[in-house]
Structure formats: structure tokens, C-alpha cells
Design a protein around this ligand. Structure first.
Ligand code: ZN
Ligand code: ZN
Length: 295
């Protein structure tokens, strides 16, 4: 299995619009492990379209508990269970992840109990183990190492960038964050930095067509990064490739890929990928493979 990153859902925020991209989730295949980073709406469909049998679900990491990053977490695990999941899955998330999972299982109690009795399935509550993490090294197994850095995403305090390393290769996810210089040290020399990004000229139009515009603008400016700022982090970190992800706005017909490129090229001269749903990026730092759209 070659190491690859698949952008399953590439938009920032929870809203869906016809024909538009879907909220945050990514697949990382690294060192023979199947790793899911964030579980926004559409993650299950995205994994299946990327050719992943749900029984193979292995490691799941949630960067923070905003719904655009975890609304489909329970449904993904439950669907993998009904697909025949037999091996334990470890779910890593910030404090509160265990609370969510227990409440999800309670909400699904009728279905879970009936399938255990009627279909002879193992108890899903025993198949999933929860590891709530904070900043620092959070996982090491068979050469795969994962560490977390608390980033700046107010009012959420438990929001973590993640660094995955295996056999000299490394991929870093910024999570949701305002411009946060310590991220450059955390992402130092990574093969890929997946960084969230906003485009300034799209924000005003987005705010205008959204009900609570003023509050939304305040949140975006305080809690997220402009594309140019993502480029500054990538340059400072000297990563091999920058992937702009969690795009805001993501579904404005007036904004196309060259607009993102123009913004990030002010601060980043290296290899660049603008994420879209289903896009595959090889982890050896090589060029992005031709993207397969997931619908
Ligand atoms: Zn988000
Ligand atoms: Zn967020």
C-alpha cells in the first residue's frame, strides 16, 4: 500500500450547498495504517469512494469537537460495525470525545441491542476504545508516531494540530486555527502540511448571504487563517508540499482555484495543492495524483 493522503471533505464549516464540497474529513494511509482525521458529514461516503472497506477502520483522530469535524463520527463507527467490523478501533479525540461516544451509543441503543441479539454481532461499545489526548506525544506503535499541538481556535480551547510520522515521512494537519506561528516548528520539514485557509475577498460575500453575518465575520477573523498566513507557516516550516484545506468560502462560484493560488503565492513558493473532495496526494512529496471526485 503506498502512502497517500485523500482529501475526503475539503470545505470549512457545516453548511452544505447543492454541488458544493463537504465538511472536514481526511484519509491518511501511512505505514500500512488506515487513519481517518476528522469525521465531518460525508466521511463514510468519502472513505468508501476512496476504496476503503469499512471493516478495515483502524485509527480515528478528531482535532476538535466542532460539528464540521465530527458530526458523522458515530455514524461512521456504527456503519463500520454493521459492515462487519471485528477488530478494535481506537478513537483519539480531545476531552469530551468519550462523552459524545457514550451518548451516541445511548441514542442508538435500540438498534445496537437488537443487532447484537438478532445478528450475533459483538458489542460495538467494546470494539471502540477512546483515548482523549492533550498536547504532546499521543501515540506510538509499529513505527507510527503521532503528536499534537494545541492551536489557536477560540472559543474552542481543545483544538489540536496533529503530526503523523512513519519511516522518515511526515504529514501535519493544522486543524482549525488562526495564524499560529508555533505551528511552523511543529510542522518542520514535513512532507505535507495540510493547513486550513480563508480567502479574504470571499468572506464579505459569505457573510452577506448568511443570516448571522456580523457574528460569523467575528468568528472567522478570530479563529481561522487567511491563505497567505497558511503560506507563511509552510515557508517557515520548510515543508515539501502545502495543501490548502477547510476552504472558506468553498462554494462561491466567483472563486476558483487560481484565486487561492494567487493568495498563497504571496508567501509560499513550493509545491501546492488546493484541496477538493476526493483529491489524492502521494505522501512521498511527489505531485498530486489526478483527483477522483466523490460526487
Ligand atoms: Zn472547521
Ligand atoms: Zn472549528
Amino acid at each position: 500500500m503506498s502512502d497517500r493522503l485523500v482529501c475526503l471533505g475539503s470545505k470549512g464549516g457545516p453548511a452544505l450547498r447543492p454541488g458544493g464540497p463537504w465538511p472536514s474529513s481526511s484519509l491518511l494511509e501511512l505505514g500500512g495504517r488506515t487513519i481517518v482525521v476528522d469525521c465531518g458529514l460525508g466521511v463514510t461516503r468519502g472513505l468508501v469512494d476512496a476504496g476503503i472497506g469499512l471493516k478495515a477502520l483502524d485509527l480515528i483522530f478528531i482535532t476538535h469537537l466542532h460539528s464540521d469535524h465530527m458530526l458523522e463520527l458515530g455514524p461512521l463507527l456504527h456503519t463500520a460495525w454493521t459492515a462487519g467490523l471485528a477488530k478494535p478501533v481506537t478513537l483519539f479525540g480531545p476531552p469530551g470525545t468519550g462523552h459524545y461516544w457514550r451518548r451516541f451509543c445511548q441514542a442508538m441503543e435500540f438498534d445496537i441491542e437488537i443487532r447484537i441479539v438478532d445478528e450475533g454481532r459483538p458489542d460495538i461499545r467494546e470494539l471502540v476504545s477512546i483515548a482523549e489526548f492533550g498536547e504532546g506525544d499521543i501515540f506510538e506503535q509499529r513505527g507510527l508516531k503521532v503528536s499534537a499541538l494545541r492551536v489557536d481556535h477560540p472559543p474552542v480551547t481543545d483544538c489540536f494540530a496533529l503530526r503523523f510520522g512513519h519511516d522518515g515521512k511526515s504529514v501535519v494537519f493544522s486543524a482549525d486555527t488562526a495564524f499560529f506561528p508555533p505551528l511552523a516548528g511543529f510542522a518542520k520539514n514535513a512532507d505535507i502540511l495540510v493547513h486550513e485557509a480563508m480567502l479574504e475577498e470571499g468572506i464579505e460575500r459569505l457573510v452577506a448571504r448568511t443570516g448571522n453575518g456580523v457574528r460569523l465575520r467575528e468568528h472567522l477573523l478570530a479563529s481561522h487563517s487567511f491563505a497567505e498566513e497558511a503560506g507563511r507557516i509552510a515557508t517557515e516550516a520548510a515543508v515539501k508540499r502545502l495543501v490548502l484545506n477547510h476552504l472558506i468560502p468553498a462554494d462561491d462560484p466567483a472563486i476558483v482555484e487560481i484565486d487561492w493560488e494567487a493568495a498563497v503565492r504571496k508567501s509560499w513558493a513550493g509545491d501546492l495543492t488546493i484541496a477538493r473532495d476526493g483529491l489524492v496526494v502521494n505522501v512521498d512529496g511527489a505531485k498530486a495524483a489526478s483527483g477522483e471526485e466523490t460526487a
